[in-house]
Design a protein around this ligand. Sequence first.
Ligand SMILES: N[C@@H](CCC(=O)N[C@@H](CS)C(=O)NCC(=O)O)C(=O)O
Length: 238
Amino acid sequence: MLSLYHFGPVANSLTPLLCLLEKGLAFENRLLNSRNWEHHDPAFRKISPEGMVPVLVHDGRVVRESTVINEYLEDVFTDNPLRPADMWERAEMRVWTKYVDEYFCPALTVLGAHGATPFASKIDKAEMAQRLANMPNAEVRAKWEKVSSTGFSEAELEDARRRLGNVAYKLEGQLAHGQDWLLGEQYTLADIKWYSMVPGLPRMMPAICNPEATPAIMAWLERMVGREAVRQLEGFHP
Ligand SMILES: N[C@@H](CCC(=O)N[C@@H](CS)C(=O)NCC(=O)O)C(=O)O
């Protein structure tokens, strides 16, 4: 049996959610409400000690890290493949998923977390101090500490925007060759991984990512939205 613990069809949670839907795998939908801090409940911390999502549980064994979860699903469930058969192309696919984890996601997290400041700054200070003390992951704790007090500085926001500008330039260049998907004709885990983050670009950086400046990205987003599995994501919102 497969169970997916997630925050809904956004960011890292979207990555395995979309993979499961594309592969047509049945799974138990364990949606956690982050605003109620359900990911800090002791029962969930037994599954994910750092209180992080997404987490897949397969026959009682926990698989962590969104990119690793998708590779695991590909290894175990070989129907409806989402990796190139050619090993060089598969390595290329991993270069693209790695870039999202190491460069794109950290930059987008700054703007995304900054957007949570109005919510987080209203939380009672004593309650927030207790929440922070209960956060085992140092990076997540530092993020919430900042978001619930001063928010990110203009210099930090500017640096995140600069990095996201590099991301948009890189993706536009890759897609401008005219192919449908990131690696060419085959839709792969790279498209899934990038789709977990790219919808945030036109929303948060409209001056840089828009139909005139990045037409290939916007057309790729439309192709993604046209996929049946992507439409099914609508049913997984909190
Ligand atoms: N590298 C991890 C990152 C996981 C991650 O950052 N998860 C966030 C949600 S997107 C989380 O659990 N945050 C907890 C929090 O902000 O309290 C992955 O790809 O799975």
